[in-house]
Design a protein around this ligand. Structure first.
Ligand code: HEM
Length: 421
């Protein structure tokens, strides 16, 4: 059957699909084929064969993300909304909401600035300590078993536990919030009701902090000179929770995987910590937690690398593809060392806001260092080839990371009462 949208999108007649088993199995190979056939900006079909542009060239991705006035964030300008099914799998990423995510111009500066300033009040040493305690407690839960799945029992649990602790909730309300935050990010059947519960809890928190401010992220956002309303603060705290959780947990998981499978890093997994930073950086090049983002809409007709992009077209940021662009990355496998010019936090006005990448790095680095300290002989329980990536073109994360280690007792060096301080 012919796709009725092709009349309006003639470049997409022979477009490759950005979904399905082929791209899930080996995304880098598919990106390379796309680059070879189409160049740096590729006509692609998203689920249900919805046309979009995938930016796979490094230079072109930099160009698109550097021009917020030409490539906007407000998804309401999409020229295909009339054709998008209600249950479209990508809807959650692109449906407009009154949060920071879809703002532009002066409002973006105000709200993005407030988020950045509030995040900057987080004491880095305290963040490190919170993270150590969370990591120790999680390891205590499985250290006696001699085996664990480092995704579900560790990497996937750390970011939400840490980030929600910055919000200023009473300790007794945290477990409920953290549990619901997992459910929301899991995108299963429970995701929607869990989202409503999180929203209610955050609403109550914002009302309480408006009445009695404290020294926490919520109170800093409320007190910011941007003068945000309670509703805006609720929206943006929700964004922070969701935007931080999955990328950070996949960053931890993908780095643990690299350290367990790659000889270059495995030496240090047995003892030293010196290469944790290097492994984290290597993962941002090779297996970036956010592989692609459907997050820019052309404000007017324009040309990008010789392609005619029309007003309202959707551009997908091909983060993993741009990182692998031979123009910036040699074909032979080399380690990236200290080179931080990857696009994994995106770039420009709508990229991951300062200082979120720095905080994410503290969380990820601490999580890995604590694991190295506690389980020095940790090793894979299966052959590396049996590790499975989750089938997604948007995020890069493992289904599971089964490991074995010598059983050890709980540490108990950071007792529970410290939480109350
Ligand atoms: C403490 C952890 C983190 C926090 C608080 C955080 C926060 C945020 C926020 C508030 C946004 C803006 C949402 C939007 O406008 O779409 C964002 C965007 C983004 N973040 Fe983060 N983030 C964290 C960790 C990470 C990590 C670990 C990665 C990947 C390595 C990442 C990659 C991105 C990307 C690619 C975008 C979007 C960009 C775009 O459309 O240009 N973030 N983040």
């Amino acid at each position: 059957m012919t796709n009725p949208l092709m009349e309006a999108y003639p470049d997409h007649v022979a477009a490759m699909r950005l979904y399905g088993p082929e791209i899930h199995a080996d995304p880098v190979a598919v990106y390379e084929e796309m680059r070879r056939k189409h160049g740096p900006i590729v006509p692609v079909l998203l689920d249900d064969d919805i046309p979009a542009w995938l930016v796979v060239g490094y230079r072109e991705l930099h160009h698109v993300t550097s021009q917020p006035q030409l490539f906007g964030r407000d998804s309401r300008r999409w020229n295909l909304w009339d054709h998008i099914p209600e249950n479209w799998p990508v809807r959650a990423f692109v449906s407009w909401q009154p949060s920071l995510v879809f703002t532009e111009g002066a409002e973006r500066k105000l709200r993005g600035g407030a988020i950045g300033d509030a995040l900057d009040t987080v004491d880095r040493i305290e963040l490190n300590m919170i993270c150590e305690r969370v990591a120790d407690r999680l390891i205590d839960e499985f250290s006696g078993d001699g085996r664990a799945d480092l995704i579900s029992q560790y990497a996937h649990r750390i970011p939400a536990e840490v980030v929600t602790r910055l919000y200023g909730l009473p300790e007794s309300e945290l477990p409920e919030l953290v549990k619901d935050a997992y459910l929301v990010t899991d995108a299963g059947e429970e995701s929607f009701p869990a989202g409503l519960r999180v929203m209610e809890q955050v609403n109550r928190l914002v009302a309480a902090k408006r009445a009695r401010p404290g020294h926490d992220l919520t109170s800093h956002l409320l007190a910011h000179s941007a003068g945000l309303s309670d509703e805006q603060v609720v929206q943006d705290l929700m964004v922070l929770m969701l935007a931080s959780h999955t990328p950070s947990s996949n960053w931890i998981g993908n780095t643990l995987r690299l350290m367990l499978v790659d000889d270059h890093f495995s030496m240090t997994l047995q003892g030293g910590r010196s290469s944790v930073g290097q492994a984290l950086n290597e993962v941002l090049w090779r297996d970036p937690p956010t592989q692609a983002m459907p997050s820019r809409w052309a404000v007017r007709d324009c040309d990008v690398a010789g392609r005619r992009v029309r007003r309202g077209d959707l551009l997908v940021l091909g983060i993993a593809a741009a990182n692998a662009d031979p123009q910036v990355r040699p074909a032979a496998p080399v380690h990236s060392g200290a080179n931080r010019a990857h696009m994994s936090f995106s770039h420009g006005e709508y990229g991951c806001p300062f200082p979120a990448p720095e905080l994410a790095e503290i969380i990820a680095k601490t999580a890995i260092e604590v694991l190295l300290d506690r389980l020095p002989d940790v090793h894979l329980a299966v052959e590396p080839e049996r590790l499975r990536w989750r089938p997604s073109v948007w995020v890069r994360g493992l289904e599971a990371l089964p490991v074995l280690f010598s059983p050890a007792g709980p540490l108990g060096r950071r007792p529970a009462e410290h939480w109350e301080s």
